[in-house]
Design a protein around this ligand. Structure first.
Ligand SMILES: [Zn+2]
Length: 67
C-alpha cells in the first residue's frame, strides 16, 4: 500500500503532474498524460520507460535494453 503522503510528493517525470492510485492499486496514473507507473514491492517506479498506458499492460518479460 502506498502512503498518501508519498503519493503527494510523487509526480509524473514526463509532465510533472500529480499521479493517483489506479483502481486496482497496482500502479500510479498521471492525471495529465495518463501514463501508469507500476508499483513493485510497494515501490512506485517513476520512470518514463517503465510506464505504460491503460490497455497496454507491460509484460513481465524483460524488454530488450539498448543503449
Ligand atoms: Zn504525465
Amino acid at each position: 500500500m502506498i502512503d498518501k503522503e508519498l503519493l503527494e510528493v510523487l509526480a509524473c517525470p514526463v509532465c510533472k503532474e500529480p499521479v493517483e492510485l489506479t483502481a486496482d492499486g497496482k500502479g500510479l496514473k498521471c492525471v495529465k498524460c495518463g501514463r501508469i507507473y507500476p508499483i513493485r514491492d510497494g515501490i512506485p517506479i517513476m520512470l518514463e520507460e517503465e510506464a505504460y498506458f491503460e490497455g497496454e499492460e507491460s509484460s513481465s518479460s524483460e524488454a530488450e535494453e539498448t543503449g
